[in-house]
Design a protein around this ligand. Structure first.
Ligand code: ADP
Ligand code: MG
Ligand code: ZN
Length: 613
């Protein structure tokens, strides 16, 4: 069977995604391969398909043992003989797996990197014909990456210990130039076929909101999404607790995940989410690496992450099945301080020298700068991300918060003069400069203690912008900074006038700013972004019924729902409404095995539905 037939038979897909074919061909021809594709880009197929076609066995090294079982289940559901080896297996299960391995019953075996060191494992493997070693989440091998795993460094020794060097493949979603170099060098890849597909994820809608009341905004965003799965990321454990509580209070099936919970609770909560028993996961960035849940229809960041790499990776967990999904970041100026604090107080990595540590800190601050620029950007958000990853892009994408909204250039010269003269008056009064918060409060006429104590309410500029919301005042101040009228002292985070400010204050220079046409920010789910791919009327109803059946089957089989079928597959099914097995097979994501196992039950629901409508 050739690769096209296999893709159709096993996976039920008719076309390869960008990059998949080249990587598969590379591995099949005996070359090492290195695939850099965004989350949800379809990396698994790139090593699973060669695994089926190569003569021997394929080992997949993956860092997250809690997910191996699901991945193996998904393979089995497609009729592919697979297994996993990690510390969750009992001694007896382990023996059974080794027995089957020696009997050459598997084509694909997932292993945790730690396992490669165990004598028992190498002993068994050395008796086998290993055709291919695929290293998933390969960025874990680099200290420069975000999820460094020292055990990854031992993969090369393991490869060298094999009687014959197999083809080696590396796969990752994020890799800066430095990390890529590390991957090639540390894994000892030999002139690999290296494919970087575009980073764009067209099915994701991006937005940044700057609400004064994040909790209220979050609840608004979640309205009408009780049945959808999503992740809410927070910067700190405390926020995770708070937000999870908020959602539970408001009737959402929420659960939480952070490093402060004990292992057992973390596993339980993760499984509740993976198995759709809970629909919202509130978590710190400790949650998610390698999470393969394909039906996540939104990722909301309650706080800003520390870098665009981190943001894109976390946000990218939405819509992996290709269905439309939303990524919304709730930005607040306080997030910048939190992020800085986290960077400056990062837990000490003992493997680094003090100089290296300082270097990492500096790099982190640069990365943070890009993240903040994204949050404040008035240009296409998708463009902003792609730009960062060095990819060309059109000026507008039509599917992000800024492309979607209309901005009008507005003359803010008068307000600019007020702000700039306030900066001067405050400095004259206090003898030092202050930051954006204090300035905004003064201009707004706040009666807070901090303002009154400093006597800022006595200034002639106090309360000059009282008709404006605080966030708008901040926006103007930051705009002036961006335009070079103000300068931030990075050490103290205070603002001072630049020479250019004089042009506005004394020589009548005009200042304009883009202001959103319809305030307040509309954040109800937009039509083109609902995750059911625009299903309306009866099709949407049918989709719900198919989901119920899928949940039922998943429960019976003890697997997550997406192992049965992805959301994208159910959407396609609701659209095509197949009448018989042949038509059922034409639904994207329905392979031969799944058709055999599930067609009868789904066709029954479809028949019933047709009768009633
Ligand atoms: P990642 O690159 O993040 O590891 P996965 O391998 O988990 O991505 O794939 C994400 C989703 O895309 C899965 O649901 C997978 O079945 C689907 N997929 C992979 N290849 C194709 C394809 N050629 N056509 C349609 N869907 C695909
Ligand atoms: Mg993957
Ligand atoms: Zn855009």
């Amino acid at each position: 069977m050739d690769k096209y037939q296999l893709l159709e038979r096993c996976y039920g897909y008719r076309q390869f995604r960008p990059g998949q074919e080249q990587l598969i061909d590379g591995a099949l021809s005996g070359r090492d391969v290195f695939g850099i594709m965004p989350t949800g880009g379809g990396k698994s197929v790139c090593y699973q398909l060669p695994a089926l076609m190569l003569p021997g066995i394929t080992l997949v090294v993956s860092p997250l043992i809690s997910l191996m079982r699901d991945q193996v289940m998904a393979l089995k559901a497609m009729g592919i003989p697979a297994a996993y080896i990690n510390s969750t297996l009992s001694a007896e299960q382990m023996r059974a797996v080794y027995r089957n391995l020696l009997a050459r019953r598997y084509k694909i075996v997932y292993v945790a990197p730690e396992r490669l060191d165990y004598g028992g494992f190498s002993g068994v493997v050395s008796q086998l014909d290993v055709s291919f070693i695929a290293v998933d989440e390969a960025h874990c091998i680099s200290q420069w990456g975000q999820d460094f795993r020292p055990s990854y460094l031992r993969i090369t020794d393991f490869i060298q210990s094999l009687p014959r060097r197999p083809v080696v493949g590396a796969f990752t979603a994020t890799a800066t130039a430095q990390v890529r170099e590390d991957i090639v060098r540390l894994l000892g890849l030999q002139e690999p076929v290296q494919i970087t597909t575009g980073f764009d994820r067209p099915n994701l809608y991006f937005d940044v909101l700057q609400p004064t009341d994040k909790d209220g905004e979050l609840l608004r965003l979640l309205e009408g999404r009780k049945n959808k799965c999503g992740i809410v990321y927070c910067a700190t454990r405390k926020n995770v607790e708070k937000v999870c509580e908020l959602l539970l209070d408001n009737g959402y099936a929420a659960t939480r995940y952070h490093a402060g919970l004990d292992e057992q609770e973390r596993t339980e909560n993760q499984e509740d989410f993976l198995y759709d028993r809970k629909t919202v996961m509130v978590a710190t960035n400790a949650f998610g690496m390698g999470i393969d849940k394909s039906n996540v229809s939104y990722v909301i960041h309650y706080n800003m992450p520390k870098s665009l790499e981190a943001y894109y990776q976390e946000a990218g967990r939405a819509g992996r099945d290709g269905a439309a999904a939303e990524c919304v970041l709730l930005f607040g100026e306080k997030d910048v301080h939190t992020a800085k604090f986290l960077i400056n107080n990062a837990s000490e990595n003992d493997e680094l020298t003090p100089e290296q540590r300082e270097l990492v800190r500096e790099q982190d601050l640069v990365r943070l700068g890009h993240m903040v620029a994204y949050c404040r950007s008035k240009e296409c958000l998708r463009g902003c991300i792609l730009e960062y990853f060095g990819q060309e892009h059109p000026e507008t994408c039509g599917a992000c918060g800024t492309c979607d909204k209309e901005y009008v250039p507005t003359d803010i010269t008068r307000q600019a003069q007020m702000v700039l003269s306030c900066v001067r008056r405050v400095r004259d009064k206090l003898g030092v400069c202050v930051g954006v918060t204090m300035l905004a409060k003064t201009l707004q006429g706040s009666k807070e203690k901090a303002i009154l104590e400093k006597g800022l309410h006595e200034l002639s500029t106090y309360g000059l912008l009282s008709e404006m919301g605080r966030s708008r005042i901040r926006e103007i101040i930051l705009h002036l900074e961006q335009q070079g009228y103000l300068h931030t002292d990075t050490e103290y985070d205070t603002l001072e006038l630049t020479r250019k400010a004089g042009e506005v204050l004394f020589r009548g220079e005009n200042v304009t700013m883009l202001v959103r046409k319809e305030e307040p920010l509309v954040s109800a789910p937009k039509k083109k972004t609902v995750s059911d791919g625009d299903l309306t009327g009866p099709a949407a109803e049918l989709y719900e019924e198919l989901r119920i059946l899928r949940a039922e089957i998943a429960r019976e089989e003890g697997v997550p729902a997406y192992v049965v079928f992805s959301n994208a597959t159910l959407v396609d099914m609701a659209r095509k409404m197949p009448k018989n097995t042949t038509e059922f097979r034409r639904v994207s994501g329905v392979g031969e095995m799944k058709a055999q196992w599930y067609s009868a039950r789904f066709l029954k629901v479809l028949r019933q539905f047709r009768k009633e409508h």
